[in-house]
Design a protein around this ligand. Structure first.
Ligand SMILES: [Zn+2]
Length: 273
């Protein structure tokens, strides 16, 4: 190709590409710190942030801003191939989740919906919940799923084995706690946070005895992530039957979380014997 042809045909095209990339880059400046992070770095940031929230070492407004930036970065990092219409997942009348297109795995091996506490999932109470302010208490935006453990030794009375906690859906482990000790006032005990890029939401599994995953690790639906336990300030008390505390937070377009009742997902979930 002659030099003049290059200038006439190729150069405008190259300039257009360059111009477009500058536009894209400037649109991302807002989250540049997080966009340049590795996935593992994002997980570390989440882990640090959640620990600061739990220990009340960060103001709620600052925590919200950082949480939102991390969630936006995760969403940009893992764009969903088929966009999930958030509205189609929601019941119009309540904050529960309508029948989902995706199938979930029941999060306790050998258990199914009758193990969920209360009648028809009434243990779920989202009112007053604020992920960023641990001074606010009284809500329970979660389902508790109980195992057969009358002597409270973390062993299933029927099988003589620990009960496996399974990932409800595929996702990225973004935070774990493994150092809970009796006497600690942390209510979640040994917890796991998993980001589900298809639903663009977070699953939280609490009170585990053993945690089998690490931050930055991908898990598939049905994979063992932990063993049920009694870790956590209240869960450790004799009055509390051994259970898994399961919470799902949908991430809104502003990057902030909103609890949703996972009851319908649990009822429809695939049971693993
Ligand atoms: Zn609970």
């Amino acid at each position: 190709m002659a030099a003049s042809d290059f200038v006439r045909h190729r150069l405008p095209c190259l300039i257009a590409v360059w111009f477009l990339s500058v536009q894209i880059a400037s649109a991302q400046v807002r989250f540049s710190n997080y966009q340049e992070q590795t996935v593992y770095g994002l997980c570390q940031d989440f882990q640090t942030l959640y620990t600061q929230i739990r220990e009340q070492r960060i103001a709620p407004d600052s925590a919200r801003a950082r949480f939102s930036a991390i969630m936006q970065a995760l969403k940009n990092r893992y764009p969903t191939p088929v966009p999930v219409q958030a509205d189609s997942l929601m019941s119009a009348a309540s904050d529960s989740l309508a029948k989902p297109a995706a199938s979930f795995v029941f999060p306790l091996r050998g258990y199914s919906a009758p193990a969920i506490g209360g009648t028809r999932g009434e243990g779920y109470r989202a009112r007053g919940f604020d992920l960023f302010d641990f001074t606010v208490q009284g809500s329970h935006p979660a389902q508790d799923i109980f195992v057969r453990d009358r002597d409270q030794d973390n062993i299933d009375d029927r099988t003589g084995q620990p009960v496996d906690v399974l990932a409800m859906s595929s996702g990225l482990v973004i935070g774990i706690e493994t150092a809970w000790q009796p006497g600690s006032e942390y209510r979640g005990g040994n917890w796991i946070w998993i980001y589900d890029p298809v639903q663009h939401g977070l699953f939280y599994y609490a009170h585990n005895h053993v945690v089998d995953v690490l931050p930055g690790q991908w898990v598939h639906a049905g994979q063992k992530i932990a063993e049920v336990g009694r870790t956590g300030f209240n869960a450790f008390k004799t009055r509390s039957p051994t259970h898994l505390h399961l919470m799902y937070l949908r991430i809104l377009s502003n990057g902030l979380p909103e609890p949703r009742n996972p009851y319908d997902w649990l009822v429809a979930a695939q049971v693993v014997p």
